[in-house]
Design a binder for this molecule. Structure first.
Ligand SMILES: [Zn+2]
Length: 379
């Protein structure tokens, strides 16, 4: 199974990726319903259940206004502040932070650039599920599998080439390739950098396919697409100008396509919600919206008392992923019409499990367990 991170259905053309395009015509092909924001995709895949059922969304939670007011000045935060100031770019900042977090043994979730003063306010949570994941099912049935997610683009090539070799030793190979996501954010989905990488992946998968043999099932799927960003909006600065102080009157978790809000009291909530209702780059999610997005049962410690979602092609900037350089491509919009993730499934048995024109992430893991004749997920 190959995850092509941030592969948009718009990339799937005979000119850009002739091999994958052909594969999509000759095997099972579906667009996947995109997920709002970012983090739940892997959970949905691994646990074969939607976000609402799992009750998770982001991997950070709001710890409350007490945590905001603590303002500990630990050594870790001082070093973090120094690292942030000294980093030449967002990319380097992420690398330096990664090293620092590892050294300090502090949990490192996503996003990567939460301001130092809010690190304690948004601690990382690792949710526990009373439901088996795909990998647990594989373990229990002594299915040997390999999971690889290389940090560097250069390692991706060798891993694709080594798949036939791995398959001699393992029953299942999961390979997640992230470089298209990084390029899409940095240069935009229609850039030459992205197009070159797609052509290259297409060539590599095209060379791999004949080597797989008849009994091997191939899944190529993306976790989300990549939409061009045309407009930027500094939501926090907007509220500051209106006289609202971050940490004193409200706290916000700022993502590129959504901002979650918690309020000091009802009075500030009412005033801020009123201001936000005039902001045209997005809208506050109603209960109806949340039901439609499948997140209405997610706790407010994740979602915020209010969630403001950006309109497609707009992002909030700066945010907790990008501080210095605004992204040129983004994914995870509440209402997206531009693009969708894709799913190509090649193998007769596996294909018969996938019948829908529009698949969901939750379909994939149970298709794999069915294919391997394993007892499925508990409902
Ligand atoms: Zn991304």
């Amino acid at each position: 199974m190959i995850w092509l991170d941030a592969f948009s259905d718009r990339y799937l053309t005979p000119e850009l990726c002739p091999f994958l395009w052909n594969l999509s015509k000759n095997c099972f092909f579906a667009k996947i319903k995109p997920l709002f924001a970012y983090k739940g995709i892997e959970y949905c895949f691994e646990y074969g259940a939607p976000l609402n059922k799992l009750g998770v969304w982001n991997d950070h939670v709001f710890a409350g206004f007490d945590a905001v007011n603590k303002r500990q000045n630990s050594l870790f935060k001082k070093v973090l502040k120094f690292v942030d100031n000294f980093s030449p770019s967002d990319e380097w900042n992420k690398v330096f932070r990664y090293i620092l977090f590892k050294l300090a043994r502090v949990e490192y979730g996503t996003p990567h650039l939460i301001p130092p003063q809010y690190i304690d306010v948004f601690p990382v949570t690792r949710p526990s599920f009373n439901r088996k994941s795909l990998y647990q099912i594989l373990d229990e049935n002594s299915i040997k599998y390999l999971r690889k997610e290389p940090k560097l683009a250069i390692s991706e090539v060798g891993l694709i080439k080594r798949i036939p070799k791995y398959l001699r030793k393992y029953d299942v190979v999961f390979l997640k390739l992230n470089s298209l996501d990084r390029l899409g954010h940095k240069y935009g989905p229609s850039s030459n950098n992205v197009r070159r990488r797609i052509r290259y992946f297409d060539k590599l998968i095209g060379e791999l396919f004949p080597k797989l043999g008849k009994n091997v099932a191939l899944i190529v799927m993306s976790d989300h697409g990549m939409t061009p960003v045309l407009h930027y909006f500094d939501l926090i600065n907007f509220l500051t100008k209106k006289g609202f102080e971050f940490a004193n009157h409200y706290v916000a978790f700022v993502g590129a396509t959504y901002t979650s809000f918690w309020f000091k009291n009802e009075q500030y909530k009412e005033k801020i919600v009123n201001e936000l209702s005039y902001v045209e780059v997005g809208h506050l999610l109603s209960v109806k919206d949340k039901i439609k997005l499948g997140i209405n049962k997610i706790g407010l410690e994740y979602l915020g008392e209010e969630t403001f979602a950006a309109r497609e092609h707009h992002v909030f900037f700066p945010e907790f992923y990008h501080v210095r350089r605004p992204p040129k491509g983004m994914h995870g919009y509440a209402y997206s019409s531009y693009d969708a993730p894709i799913c190509i499934v090649c193998n007769e048995i596996l294909e018969s499990n996938m019948t829908k024109q529009v698949a969901s992430f939750t379909d994939l893991a149970s298709s794999i367990t069915n294919f391997l004749n394993l007892s499925n997920f508990s409902s």
